[in-house]
Ligand binder design. Structure first.
Ligand code: SF4
Length: 434
């Protein structure tokens, strides 16, 4: 029987064009209908070196559905190479061109000797979400681009950082920069390919890293495994995006331990950070605990990464109790039990039940039935604003769809990110009740 999915929080795999766009001077080339391209273009990636509404697209129509679209793909690649000053061209396929059976890899193979690299990724919506598409794009870059570069020496201390998925998460870039800062403070050299003026120079250095650092519960795991297989680079899988003092200190110790660094220097760094962090917490403690409208229990409604990061912070650092945690990005079944395990590992033996659901209607019905010992705190997307209001609860918008505030470079990661999250949370509490 047909089922209606209410309020999905992801887009189709073609939305992984955002991953390409996040690599400075990389160009997504859509082999799809114009409707697909405009749907993804409306997803908040904004402008930049190349804006979403100027991406090249083969504009598949009725004729190509009947006779195939390979000719149009060949033309759009050739013309894109002529008129767009890019460094890497990534062809992304939509549903129609996959269903009619266009041989996209063969057409892309005709451009093997082009001045700029051209690669192909199969990203039809019927295969998966933009989160899975992100992994497929990265796999394609490793196999079709990085593996063909001349072999170069490893660089001691160089660490590739992976984790936040570009653009779909409003805090992705600020979080990446904060991870970069933390790793740099350890005396290592962070290497991130996404964001301003990183681009091809950093991408080309990926095979030279001493190790890969993945900060994510599941997205990107396949990529770091592939990088290990292809370039012999070991990886550290750290599932929790660190927010606040406890988690950031644990993160620094884990990365330093993996890199074999001097732990005395690391502990001195941690002490410096924690002294600053707890100074701000102590100054504000009256706001947090004298506010009678503040919540005691919370639910997150977000991606596995954001939900886990916030739940760990709110329980381990801030002392709230978790209710159900709703994970919304259609996590593949093989990752679900492991992710649920991360939510059974809080301090003091505290555990949270995890619900994997993509359906906003079902999530909201469950939230309404839960007991929160007072006004609930709901950390979710804009879809959760009304249910929080209906329950006279507190709300903080942390994930897509966002449309709640403008995020330019702020971050919830790290020591400063924990303070920023508390600012946003209690600003919301004040605005609701004063
Ligand atoms: S699901 Fe398929 S048809 Fe719809 S936008 Fe994505 S690629 Fe296009």
């Amino acid at each position: 029987m047909a089922r209606i999915l209410d309020e999905p929080r992801y887009v189709c795999a073609l939305g992984s064009s955002q991953t390409v766009q996040a690599i400075h001077r990389a160009v997504p080339v859509f082999h799809s209908g114009p409707g697909c391209a405009s749907r993804v273009a409306g997803n908040g990636s904004g402008t930049g070196y190349l804006a979403t509404n100027t991406f090249p697209c083969s504009n598949i129509g009725e004729t190509e559905v009947v006779f195939g679209g390979e000719g149009k793909l060949r033309d759009i690649i050739a013309n894109s190479l002529k008129v767009i000053d890019g460094d890497l061209f990534v062809v992304l396929s939509g549903c129609t061109t996959e269903i009619v059976g266009d041989d996209i890899e063969r057409i892309v193979g005709e451009f093997r000797d082009a001045e700029k690299p051209v690669i192909a990724v199969s990203t039809p919506g019927f295969k998966g979400t933009n989160y899975e598409g992100h992994e497929w794009v990265m796999d394609a870059i490793v196999k079709q681009y990085l593996a063909r570069l001349p072999k170069r020496e490893k660089i001691k201390g160089l660490v590739n950082i992976w984790g936040p998925v570009p653009s779909h998460d409003p805090y992705w870039l600020g979080d990446l920069r904060e991870l970069e800062n933390l790793v740099r403070e350890l005396g290592l050299t962070p290497n991130i390919i996404f964001g301003e003026h990183r681009g091809m120079e950093n991408l080309d250095r990926v095979p030279q890293a001493e190790f890969n650092l993945l900060v994510s519960p599941w997205i990107g795991l396949g990529n770091v495994e592939l990088l290990e297989k292809t370039f012999g680079t070991p990886y550290l899988h750290y599932p929790v995006l660190p927010i606040g003092a406890r988690e950031s200190s644990a993160f620094l110790r884990a990365v330093a331990g993996f890199a074999g660094l001097d732990m005395d220097a690391v502990e001195a760094l941690i002490t410096r950070h924690e002294r600053e962090y707890y100074y701000y917490i102590e100054r504000s403690v009256s706001i947090f605990f004298e506010n009678r409208t503040a919540s005691k229990m919370f639910s997150t409604v977000s991606t596995a990464s954001r939900a886990l990061a916030l739940a760990r912070f709110l329980v381990n650092d801030f002392g709230l109790m978790p209710n159900k945690q709703y994970i919304t990005e259609n996590v593949p079944p093989e990752h679900q039990e492991r992710i649920a395990g991360y939510f059974r590992d809080f301090n003091y033996g505290i555990k949270a039940e995890v619900v994997f659901s993509t359906d906003g209607y079902l999530i909201h019905r469950q939230i309404e039935e839960e007991y929160y010992a007072g006004p609930p705190l709901i950390a979710g997307s804009i879809f959760e604003k009304q249910i929080a209001k209906k329950l006279s609860g507190n709300f903080v918008c942390v994930s897509a769809p966002f449309q709640q505030k403008v995020v330019l470079h702020s971050s919830y990661a790290g020591y400063h990110g924990g303070l920023k999250f508390l600012e946003d949370l209690y600003t919301g509490v004040y605005q609701t009740y004063n």
